[in-house]
Write a protein that binds this ligand. Structure first.
Ligand SMILES: Cc1cc2nc3c(=O)[nH]c(=O)nc-3n(C[C@H](O)[C@H](O)[C@H](O)COP(=O)(O)OP(=O)(O)OC[C@H]3O[C@@H](n4cnc5c(N)ncnc54)[C@H](O)[C@@H]3O)c2cc1C
Length: 452
């Protein structure tokens, strides 16, 4: 269908004419009283909204999904490894408390669905926030008004134009600052260990799931099949633990765990030594299933491509020797995720060449050096981009590094929103309390996905 172009002005009225645009061009960005636009209503985007309420700043939150926290809903059946204590943002809590919200027991572990239903949803429904959220609004491009990336003259005085799809139209919203909190969950890495997406893999879409599928509500697809789970991190372990439950009722289910680690022990992580006990427990449980032969492990295996004859063939090398693994009916790929920069390609960005995190953040989070708990708190200064007043926060700010924690993201947006509200002193303060979780990334040197 042909898409039309509409422009939303800051007062919410629609359909600016070309003449209006010319007039606006001469108006300084700071004179226009434009909102800050947050993109993505996950936990970090919503926390940014709570801070902007606190700072009395106008904002709009655009969310691609038909409900908030769309990405988390897709893994809603999974239990988090950090207890409620670390999952609730301070500004959000203050607003929720004032509305009569009942706080969950801070020492328990929510599932993704509980995180949404008991915290994020009530937060999004507060009178100070709800009217500013637009669902079903996928952002497809951002630029400075009238200018592409090349133009420098008057750039910082110009507002941002945010292009988004809504009700089969493409609309434009103006903003004085933009916070990109779109995460990475919707953009998985391929099975191929080189990271290259090949059409063979895309052609197998009916037999591959990415992420952590809800096996319980899809038992028919997996029962009594030969399934390969690809990846050596906690997502793969979560997937395998659910499949092992299915295997109890359906003993012909065959589980093969394929990863790149030198040995499976590296995948078990901190186990009893992990300060986040729930995460340590994953390692303990999976070790038992491997030791008792319920799961066959093939490692170190480097996948070069997937093929299909009667079933799926996985082509690659095992211990450096060419090897083809055959007979798979289903694949579940947990090889991590990567940020998508398409929508911000007309902005000036400083992205780390290796991790694809924010450039200044990379030395703090390089998975070769840091485990989850040793990441230093950081805020506006570290996340500042060459494009003034544009920030990437949350899981996306970590690029391909899998070690992001919500608590870190909450500190990021506290600092950025303070800065955007003119409170430089508060933006420089460090207010993060993280659990001491240094063991979660043990044996990181050869791991691609050690944390989540
Ligand atoms: C299985 C799993 C378990 C985890 N457990 C923990 C844990 O125990 N503790 C912890 O601290 N962290 C945990 N994490 C890590 C992390 O905190 C979460 O991934 C968290 O959801 C990241 O929040 P976010 O707001 O940055 O991104 P997301 O939650 O991914 O939210 C991004 C939002 O942006 C929207 N969006 C995307 N693109 C667009 C677009 N173009 N336009 C508009 N909207 C868009 C999406 O629909 C989504 O709603 C876990 C992660 C996973 C995957």
């Amino acid at each position: 269908m042909m898409k039309t172009l509409k422009i939303i002005k800051q007062n919410g009225s629609c359909c600016t004419t070309a003449k209006d645009i010319e007039v606006q061009e001469t108006v300084n960005n700071s004179d226009k009283n434009l909102p800050i636009v947050i993109i993505g209503a996950g936990p970090i985007g919503l926390a940014a909204a709570a801070h902007l309420v606190e700072q009395k700043q106008a904002f709009i939150l655009l969310e691609a999904g038909r409900e908030i926290a769309h990405n988390i809903r897709s893994w809603g059946h999974v239990t988090l490894f950090s207890p409620w204590r670390y999952n609730i943002n301070k500004a959000a809590k203050a607003l929720l408390d004032a509305s009569g919200w009942i706080e969950p027991n801070l020492e328990t572990l929510p599932t993704g669905n509980e995180l949404i239903d008991l915290y994020l949803k009530p937060l999004s429904e507060l009178v100070q926030i709800k009217p500013n959220i637009q669902l079903n609004s996928k952002v497809v491009g951002i630029s400075r008004q009238f200018n592409d990336k090349m133009k420098t003259k008057n750039r910082v005085e110009q507002s941002f134009n945010i292009y988004f799809e809504q009700e089969n139209d493409i609309r434009i919203m103006e903003a004085r600052a933009v916070i990109d909190a779109t995460g990475t969950w919707g953009n998985p890495n391929p099975a191929n260990s080189t990271g290259v997406w090949l059409k063979n893999e895309l052609a197998l879409a009916d037999h591959i799931e990415y992420g952590i599928p809800d096996i319980n509500s899809n038992t028919k697809r997996y029962a009594n099949k030969k399934i390969a789970v690809i990846g050596g991190g906690h997502s793969a372990i979560n997937t395998l633990l659910s499949l092992a439950e299915l295997q109890k009722e359906n003993p012909l289910t065959k589980l093969v765990w394929i990863m790149r680690k030198r040995s499976v022990e590296e995948a078990y992580g901190g186990e009893e030594k992990d300060a986040l006990a729930a995460r340590g427990a994953l390692g303990v449980s999976i070790r038992e299933l491997v030791d008792t032969g319920k799961i066959e492990v093939i490692t170190p295996f480097y996948i070069s491509q997937l093929k299909k004859d009667e079933n799926i063939k996985i082509v690659g090398t095992l211990n450096g020797e060419p090897k083809v693994l055959t007979g798979f009916e289903e694949l579940i790929v947990n090889a991590g995720n990567r940020p998508d920069f398409t929508m911000i390609s007309e902005l000036r960005l400083a992205i780390d060449a290796t991790i694809e995190s924010m450039q200044a953040l990379a030395p703090l989070i390089d998975p070769n050096e840091h485990s989850c708990g040793t990441v230093r708190a950081h805020g506006e200064e570290i996340l500042r981009q060459p494009e003034k007043d544009f920030y990437i926060v949350g899981a996306k700010s970590y690029g391909r590094a899998p070690t992001f924690l919500m608590a870190t993201g909450y500190e990021q947006v506290r600092s950025i929103t303070a800065y955007l509200s003119g409170d430089n002193e508060a933006s420089k303060r460090v207010e993060l309390e993280l659990p001491e979780t240094g063991v979660c990334g043990m044996n990181l040197a050869n791991q691609s996905n050690s944390c989540c």
